[in-house]
Structures are given as structure tokens and as C-alpha cells.
Ligand binder design. Structure first.
Ligand code: G
Ligand code: G
Ligand code: MN
Ligand code: NA
Length: 254
């Protein structure tokens, strides 16, 4: 209850904010998408990442309002960048599996798309394996409908779970995001390099686009380019940044 009050207070006091991290193609290095990550600028605890509070948000039954706030803010920001002529690629949103338990999310998404003039071909939705395990046929049908209009569906944190290969087969994905633990040691560990290589090959053969997460160095970049990885994300390009810093990053970059 305490934390729930904290959350409500935080939302009301506008302590939540968005961070942005670009996703680039490997060669040439073009901005493909901009991922939105939730942050809580807590008056005592400082800046907290989503991972530090999302589970508690879920327990407090506050996931829906917070995620709806995030989606609305993100779409409004994206529309503004569009109007300014910024070429930031697609908008990539993280969608918690609990948001997808019924079709309400799709109505909500549609109303935001109408309000902010964002089309399906400007969006990537990032879901987790947990969602794929629990998803209903109706929800999958909704995703397919949006995918026919150009929306891309990404599996986040690929490789962290336990049954990934099986789900790749039965779920209509466009993209897999290779978890950063796979990337971290590819310069020094032959096993890690082999795992990255086989994941990329498998995904490519299944017709999926591969995004490497946690690309931090030139040699990560070189190795992944040679392995045929499609897109990348990580400190090598940019950390997730608050709005003002992100805008100055892309002003220099574009
Ligand atoms: O950047 P950060 O450490 O917060 O990211 C940790 C995890 O939280 C990542 O897996 C990221 O996808 C997830 N995440 C970040 N922002 C959001 C959000 O707005 N909604 C959901 N559901 N997950 C998010
Ligand atoms: O699970 P997800 O990949 O969405 O988590 C994103 C988290 O990873 C964020 O907390 C973000 O700050 C962090 N992150 C993003 N890029 C890098 C990177 O290149 N290296 C490391 N170590 N962390 C990163
Ligand atoms: Mn993500
Ligand atoms: Na991720």
C-alpha cells in the first residue's frame, strides 16, 4: 500500500519520464528506430530504471495506468519529432505481457495512433517471451492485423528464457533482440561468439531481423557485422538518454 501511494504520488507529481535509445542498422549506420524506456526520477532515490520498479508496479496493480501514460507520452513526442522533420525511424515501445491479456490494449493503441497520427508502419512493439507463452489467439490475430499494415513485432531479451526456439516457430515475430549477455564477451569467448553466430543464422533463416543489444565497442560492432547481424543497440551508439540529451545526440548525428 505504501508503494502504491508512492506510485500514485509519483505519477501525479510527474516524476516519471521517458528515456530514448536509438536502434541503428549495421552498415550503413542509419537510425531504424527509437526505443522508449521508462524512468522514475524519484525525489529521494534518484533516477530508477524500469527494471527497479516494474515488478512493484505490477504488484500494486498500477501497470495499466503507467503503461498507458508511457504510450501516450511516447506517441505525442514522436508526433512532435515528425512535425519537426526528424528522421528517427520507428517508435519502439515495450509492452508488458499483462497489458495484452485482453483486447483493450489494441483499442487504446488505435485511439493513440489516430490522435497522434502515427501509422502501424511507424511502430515496433517489443514483447517478452512471457507474453508469447500466455497470449491468446485473439491477441495474436490483432497483432497479425497490425503487422499486415506494417507494424513490426519484436521479441525482447531473446536468449534469456528457456524455450525460445520453440516459440520462434509458432509466433508471428518480425524481429528478435539478442540479449546483451550474449554480446558482452564475444571478443574473448569462443562459446559466446558461437552462440551469437548461431542465433543470428537461425533467426535469418527464419526470416527474422536480428538486433544485437548491448553493443558497446568497435570490435563488438565489427564482429557482429561480419556475423550478419542486421541492427544494433547499445553504448557504442548511445546509452538511453533523457529527452534533452537525446535531442542533442540526434541533432549531432543526423
Ligand atoms: O532501461 P531499463 O533498465 O529500465 O530496462 C529494463 C527493462 O525494462 C528492459 O527489459 C525494458 O525493455 C523494460 N522496460 C523499460 N521501459 C519499459 C516500459 O515502458 N514498459 C515495459 N513494459 N517495460 C519497460
Ligand atoms: O532488457 P532491455 O534490453 O530492454 O534493457 C535495457 C537496459 O540495458 C537499460 O537499463 C539500458 O540502460 C541498458 N543498456 C542499454 N544499452 C546498453 C549497453 O550497451 N551496455 C550495457 N551494459 N547496458 C545497456
Ligand atoms: Mn526493449
Ligand atoms: Na531488451
Amino acid at each position: 500500500l505504501n508503494f502504491e501511494n508512492e506510485l500514485r504520488r509519483g505519477l501525479k507529481q510527474q516524476e516519471f519520464e521517458l528515456a530514448f535509445q536509438p536502434i541503428l542498422s549495421m552498415r550503413p549506420q542509419n537510425i531504424i528506430a527509437t526505443e522508449v524506456l521508462l524512468r522514475w526520477r524519484h525525489p529521494e532515490k534518484g533516477i530508477m530504471n524500469a527494471i527497479d520498479f516494474l515488478a512493484a508496479v505490477e504488484d500494486a496493480d498500477m501497470l495499466h495506468p503507467l503503461n498507458e501514460w508511457m504510450c501516450q507520452q511516447a506517441m505525442a513526442q514522436y508526433q512532435q519529432w515528425q512535425q519537426e522533420g526528424r528522421k528517427l525511424g520507428r517508435l519502439a515501445l515495450n509492452i508488458a505481457h499483462l497489458q495484452l491479456q485482453d483486447l483493450g490494449f489494441f483499442h487504446f493503441l488505435q485511439s493513440l495512433m489516430t490522435e497522434y497520427q502515427v501509422t502501424p508502419d511507424q511502430l515496433i512493439l517489443e514483447v517478452t517471451e512471457q507474453f508469447i507463452v500466455n497470449s491468446s489467439d485473439e491477441v495474436i490475430a490483432q497483432f497479425k492485423r497490425l503487422q499486415e499494415q506494417g507494424l513490426l513485432l519484436a521479441l525482447d531479451d531473446f536468449g534469456r528464457g528457456y524455450a525460445s526456439l520453440y516459440y520462434l516457430k509458432q509466433f508471428p515475430l518480425n524481429i528478435i533482440k539478442l540479449e546483451r549477455v550474449f554480446i558482452k564477451d564475444i571478443e574473448t569467448s569462443e562459446v559466446d561468439l558461437l552462440l551469437a553466430e548461431s542465433s543470428i543464422q537461425l533467426a535469418s533463416k527464419l526470416g527474422l531481423t536480428v538486433v544485437a543489444e548491448g553493443v558497446e565497442t568497435q570490435s563488438h560492432y565489427d564482429l557482429l557485422t561480419n556475423l550478419g547481424c542486421d541492427w544494433m543497440q547499445g553504448y557504442f551508439v548511445s546509452a538511453p538518454l533523457p529527452l534533452v540529451e537525446f535531442e542533442s545526440w540526434f541533432t549531432d548525428y543526423l
